[in-house]
Design a protein around this ligand. Structure first.
Ligand code: SF4
Length: 361
């Protein structure tokens, strides 16, 4: 069991809370909204075993050790995965794993991941049943596999964060998806709002009215379901919760246990399969490349990371908004739609819809 001090806003400029490591791009699925545009076999330039071990060793030297999320592609396609996990855990790093729902995610594979030291699983579920989910994932049987992985996790007593990507295909199915999450293994539901990068450009994002509908549904559900509910790439949900009289940090309407204000490059960093360093998986600005560049130095000193650490640098409505320190908008969506990672969140509600934007007086 790893004990550590809670991550606070003072940690933002020095250490990330979440360190995402894309161990491989290889994956047997062809998901429509894949950030990595994953492929069947490893892409050229993937970090070697020694390089990957050295990356993890370096990540453990942050002043406050981040949680490493081993992601992909499908991390189970990487032969040395369990060794990498065990190495991270031996250095006192809390580790999570996001397997793809393919035949590789067997009970035995997940048992080995647990034995290596994984403390949580991330699992994608994008529909209430096979019809929507499998068409997202490009793999018939993927939904059933995801449900089977949930059963494995239950048996192994591994907590699961379910990740759901919201697009025009499923925004009206949010309640139905929540109703399928009956497994006691589900401890967190992270609802991801599409950022048009990778294969995600093929999907259209939802309208402002649809955002409001989804936010309302999530807020209502958060008082009823047994797991915490949070959003990814929609930090303005935190502001919405407050506007409804809720506390974004409370158990009832929890948007996560992390301090408010975590966003791309601010509490988050992402290292690609080839060592390229980004502020987040959905913010494709290369800020360095491991092993030539240190992940610690890049997080603390690269001009893009430094700009992202301070919401006073944000532009447009986000720069003027009194909520910028707890929200700040999705920097990834700002970049994807305007080319400026400091621009205002394009999907924040405007005044006509009871606006979340609230200027400082
Ligand atoms: S204007 Fe920006 S900081 Fe303010 S609520 Fe909207 S997204 Fe958040």
């Amino acid at each position: 069991m790893l004990h550590r001090q809670p991550y606070t806003a003072e940690d933002f400029p020095r250490s990330p809370l979440m360190f995402y490591y894309e161990v491989t791009r290889a994956c047997d699925l062809v998901c429509r909204h894949c950030r990595a545009s994953a492929q069947e076999s490893s892409a050229p330039g993937e970090l070697s075993h020694q390089e990957a071990m050295a990356l993890i060793t370096q990540a453990a030297r942050f002043e406050r050790k981040p949680t490493i999320c081993f992601t992909g592609g499908d991390p189970l396609k990487r032969a040395d995965l369990f060794e990498l996990i065990a190495h991270a855990v031996s250095l006192g790093i809390r580790s999570a794993l996001t397997p793809s729902a393919t035949p590789l995610a067997t009970f035995d594979a997940l048992r080995q991941a647990k034995e290596a030291g994984i403390s949580a699983l991330g699992l994608s579920i994008d529909g209430p049943g096979p019809e929507v989910h499998d068409s997202f994932r490009g793999f018939s049987g993927s939904f059933d596999r995801a449900m089977e992985i949930l059963r494995f996790a239950e048996e192994l007593e591994l907590p699961v964060q379910v990740n759901t990507s919201i697009t025009r295909r499923n925004h009206h199915l949010v309640r139905a998806i929540a109703e399928r999450l009956t497994s006691p293994a589900v401890k967190m539901w992270s609802v991801f709002f599409l950022v048009p990068v990778g294969r995600g450009t093929e999907e259209t994002r939802i309208s402002q009215e649809e955002y409001i509908d989804v936010f309302r549904t999530l807020y209502t559900l958060s008082g009823r379901v047994k797991f915490a509910v949070k959003t990814t790439e929609a930090p303005h949900y935190r502001v919405f919760v407050r506007s409804q009289g809720g506390d974004p940090m409370s158990g009832r309407s929890a948007v996560g246990r992390a301090p408010l204000g975590i966003t791309d490059g601010r509490g988050i960093m992402f290292v690609g399969h080839d060592g390229e360093i980004f502020p987040a998986g959905f913010l494709p600005i290369v800020c360095g490349k491991f092993p030539n560049d240190s992940v610690i130095d890049t997080y603390q000193n690269h001009p893009v990371f430094r700009a992202l650490h301070d919401p006073n640098n944000y532009r447009g409505r986000c720069g003027k908004c009194r909520h910028r320190f707890i929200c700040g908008g999705s920097r990834a969506r700002a970049f994807a739609l305007t080319g400026d990672y400091l621009a205002e969140e394009p999907d924040c509600f405007d005044e006509r819809s009871g606006g979340l934007f609230s200027p400082e007086e």
